[in-house]
Design a protein around this ligand. Structure first.
Ligand SMILES: [Ca+2]
Ligand SMILES: [Ca+2]
Ligand SMILES: [Ca+2]
Ligand SMILES: [Ca+2]
Length: 615
């Protein structure tokens, strides 16, 4: 007795907890039936019928069984009995379709776990008024009512030696409604990278809710995860015209439906031009827009040009991809190309065009003999080298041209004016370029003298700025020497009328001479012989030594490749070629070699540029 009374006291507090739980909003289905007291069940226990509870994540039934002593008349278990035993301990349950809360079929599989039960009846009504008693079975097919939606099944069991019965129920959702996929797009056409498309699937339907996913581009790969979000915004990176958009929807029981529509995404054209200078006439520049394109129209684009960045178009619209324009020497212009596609969409491309194309000479492809076996050790051995077509400046770069380069460079790359000290040593006393009043200027009367005190970087930067490059050692030597193994650029003899070397007697008294000084003219009483190199260059071998592209290696000729050698892949010093005003006549030999670290400069080293014949 005491034991039971204590137990009941404990149960009271549990009842309270359960009532709190039951007072919570139980979802969807919560059915309760008045409790019935049953005595002398085969368990020797009291059975209590309780409500069946189903929620969206779990379907279960509850029947509480209390352990009591049979025949204990002091128990008065009427009314609200405790209901605190966890569902998992209940020996009676009804499972529909293995616990799946949804079915698409009106015929469902019922499974019963009801030990000792001998009979059962099943119905759709809580009072089983629509059910007939039948022998207990563990499974049974059951037809749901014809309408779809949430439906409960009720089942009552009878036990062998009593009139005791209990009713349990479970709820299933009969879902025989197909989902509907539908969406609208606004706008139905637009521009890649600019237009935001809105995809609104609010018209898609299912009474139990839907998940949605999208394939934006018709490639069969969905581009979003499943989501309940009905409205999506999307921008296209690439155009290409028609794009099929596909929406797939899925209802909670896994039925899907799709809808597709086609939108049009245009892209702006992507204009681009290259330009090339006519080496015969360096002022003529051919602009070529054939690199332009368009996703929808390929290269069928119209073009117009503004060559002088005055915001006035210098041509009308034209299908022509190339156009020739004459520039002033060393003129620097922002050139604008605008392209228009068949939709009328336009786009612009702007590039700085610098006409630095000096007077250059052409050196045709072919073999020549490089080096000498008679002089310094680094000139050995004589070896045959094939050099491809190329162009090379007729003269070394002058102070005037280099000062113009510095001014244009700091204007073009405003954030890189700190590069200038790496290019040229303006503090060297021999340098003829000065920075004055915000500008690089040349000391009067030295405009046409070769620039000196440039580093290899400064030489390379100049060539690069004008879309050229430094010549290789082999190119330099071939340009000076030609194919006939001569000793000096102009032949095999040297004297002061042909070249500026140390004590050569020129009027500049052991300084640089203007470039091209030894051209056969009489300069204020000083007679010169015309002394070009084999292909028409001047000053190779005299005046100043010249930086070339290659790293210097003393014995490189022993390992040099036959075709277009370009020097060792690395090194400490860059090769320097030719003689100069500070060197004896012997250094003017076309084979003599010299070198200096690339960040150093000297009063006797300048440079000239080259350019490959095919670019
Ligand atoms: Ca896709
Ligand atoms: Ca287009
Ligand atoms: Ca213009
Ligand atoms: Ca001299």
């Amino acid at each position: 007795m005491k034991k039971i009374a204590g137990m009941l006291a404990a149960m009271e507090s549990l009842i309270f907890i359960l009532m709190v739980l039951l007072s919570l909003d139980l979802p969807i289905s919560c059915y309760s039936k008045p409790q019935q007291l049953v005595e002398n069940s085969s368990y020797g226990r009291l059975g209590l019928l309780r409500s069946s509870i189903w929620n969206s994540t779990r379907q279960d039934t509850s029947r509480r069984i209390l352990p009591v002593t049979p025949g204990d008349s002091s128990l008065n278990l009427t009314g609200s009995l405790p209901a605190s035993i966890p569902f998992s301990q209940l020996p009676i349950s009804l499972i529909i379709n293995e616990g799946q809360p949804y079915t698409r079929s009106s015929s469902v599989q019922l499974q019963f776990v009801a030990p000792e039960a001998v009979a059962m009846r099943i119905g759709n009504q809580p009072d089983l008024s629509d059910g007939q008693w039948e022998p207990f079975r563990h499974t049974k097919q059951w037809n749901l009512r014809a309408d779809s939606g949430e439906q409960s099944v009720f089942c009552q069991f009878r036990y062998p030696d009593s009139s005791f019965s209990s009713i349990i129920s479970a709820t299933i959702v009969l879902n025989n409604i197909a989902p509907i996929a539908s969406f609208k797009v606004t706008p139905d056409s637009g521009i890649a990278g600019e237009t935001w498309f809105t995809f609104d699937a609010s018209d898609s339907e299912h009474p139990l809710g839907l998940m949605l996913r999208w394939d934006w581009d018709g490639d069969g790969q969905f581009d979003t995860d499943w989501s309940s979000q009905r409205v999506q915004q999307q921008q296209y990176r690439f155009g290409g015209g028609k794009k099929q958009v596909r929406l797939e929807v899925q209802d909670p029981s896994g039925w899907t439906a799709t809808a597709t529509t086609t939108i049009t995404v245009y892209s702006r054209p992507f204009p681009e031009f290259s330009y090339s200078q006519d080496v015969q006439n360096p002022l003529r520049i051919t602009f070529n827009a054939s690199g332009s394109g368009d996703y929808e129209d390929g290269n069928r684009l119209q073009f117009r040009w503004d060559f002088n960045s005055d915001s006035t178009w210098d041509t009308g619209w034209s299908w022509e991809q190339t156009i020739i324009r004459e520039f002033q020497p060393f003129e620097t212009m922002y050139v604008t190309l605008e392209a228009k596609d068949s939709q009328g969409l336009t786009n612009r491309y702007v590039a700085l065009v610098t006409n630095g194309f000096d007077d250059m000479v052409f050196v045709p492809a072919g073999e020549f003999f490089m080096g000498s076996d008679s002089f310094d050790i680094d000139e050995r051995p004589v070896h045959q080298v094939f050099v491809s077509d190329f162009w090379i400046d007729r003269f070394p770069v002058t102070n005037q041209k280099y000062a113009r380069f510095l001014n244009d460079y700091v204007q073009r790359y405003v954030d890189r004016s700190a590069d200038i000290p790496r290019f040229i040593d303006l503090n060297a006393s021999e340098s003829k370029i000065r920075y004055q009043a915000g500008e690089y200027v040349v000391e009067p009367n030295y405009e046409d003298h070769p620039v000196i005190h440039v580093t290899w970087y400064g030489a390379e930067a100049y060539c690069h700025f004008y879309d050229k490059r430094l010549p290789t050692e082999a190119e330099w030597e071939k340009a000076a020497r030609g194919p006939d193994q001569r000793c000096f650029p102009w032949g095999n003899d040297i004297d002061g009328s042909r070249a500026n070397y140390w004590d050569s007697g020129d009027p500049y008294d052991n300084e640089t001479t203007p470039v091209g000084f030894y051209n056969g003219r009489n300069h204020n009483g000083f007679h010169t012989q015309d002394s070009p190199g084999f292909y028409g260059t001047y000053d190779m071998g005299s005046n100043v030594k010249e930086w070339v592209a290659d790293w210097y290696l003393r014995n490189y000729y022993a390992q040099s490749p036959f075709k277009d050698p370009s020097g060792p892949s690395s090194g400490n010093r860059k090769a320097v070629r030719g003689g100069g005003f500070l060197f004896h006549a012997n250094a003017a030999r076309v084979t003599s070699r010299y070198s200096l670290p690339s960040d150093r400069s000297s009063s006797f080293i300048g440079f000239r540029c080259a350019r490959s014949a095919t670019k």
